[in-house]
Design a protein around this ligand. Sequence first.
Ligand code: HAM
Length: 422
Amino acid sequence: MSSKSEPIPGISDLFPEETNQWQYLEGNARDMFSKYSIGEIRTPIFERTDVFLRSIGDETDIVQKEMYTFKDRGDRSLTLRPEGTAGVLRAIANKGLSQGDEHRVYYIGPMFRGERPAAGRKRQFHQIGVEYVGKVSPEIDSECIILLLDYLNSIDITDTKLLINTRGVSGDRQQVSAAMLDYYKPHIDHMCEDCQRRYHTNIWRILDCKNDDCKTITNNAPSMIDLISDTSKTYFDSVCDILNHTGVQYEIDPQLVRGLDYYVHTVFEVVSNDIGAQDSIAGGGRYEIQPPGQKHPLNGVGFAMGVERLLLARNANNATTLEGINVDIYIVSLGQPALLKNFDLASSLRKQGFRVLMDLEKRGMKAQMRTANKVNAKITLIRGQSELDKGIILLKNMDDSSQINVKIDELKAAVEAIINRL
Ligand code: HAM
């Protein structure tokens, strides 16, 4: 039976042993994005429901089954963001984007989907995402893909596959839909209930169905590339040319349409070979989104990576493990006068850049030393009344257990000598 202090299934608490891994991924992402001149955007965690409804699409699993939607006291329908793109586009539209302008932004934060929890599938999960908004070109799509791979490399995730496909443009929709309706007509009675509905409401979503029987039928469906217009084909060929030129390895997956309706042209996904069924670690593509109240759709391209899945992939790849919270110096105080003086000492050592932990419980020497060992301190400084009287401090190098008395004004140099040597 679950205890009442546990979070609900699919939602996790994160402790410092884990958050240090998260900070590593987030820090690397910020560094990488700054090299591409991409700045951070922070949008609200909840929005008016219609921000998501129209852009993500009525027939998608997200809108049909997964959104956390609630009424506030003003009887407004609000939704916890299930993904980042719709809110970012709403924000950019609200700020105003002039013709020919481009916004390049990244975001890092929690997203919410009421999915059945499983390894790598959470109800509150976290995305690191990027959006290039305002311009359309195969070169921009390609740079976006290159950035994603650059980042994954930088965090030692290499055992992956990049899948790409095209969805053509909205002008191609009619001819694509007509060909798909023809193809699925003789099969539809043998497909799942959802697909039978999708056949009438949004045939594209059939391609995304996870049911095994439906997937078998979809495997022989006509390829999107053969159904779209020549202009759309040329656009997709240009993306592939640039990827070939830059040595990016990819596989064209003719059934890849992605689970959101806003995509046009290029769509892509990076799957990991090592993390089980929820193998998509990142997904993205070009899109057209018309935020509520806007007369015209905005164009953009972007991707989002699931942080939980990046961590699974890093662990599976045996990526270099990260250190936990580190303590450079542990301060042992013996007696109240020494403790008071050690507050000043800790503060000045911290100002000098050292990571300092100090006993605040007035415990005996043995107990304080046990903690110094437990936190893996590099140095322990010990001060009681006799050291105070002599203006010295006992410095213990925890690496080799050697001890020396150091004058307070020579302490900084002594500490630095040990820490720099380690
Ligand atoms: P998405 O494919 O729905 O795309 O999500 C992107 C990534 O978020 C997935 O590849 C996966 O790593 C992670 N993810 C999704 N759902 C969960 C979950 N329940 N638990 C854990 N991780 C999950 C989007 O969200 C688009 N907004 C991406 C995009 C940005 N397209 C253009 N710009």
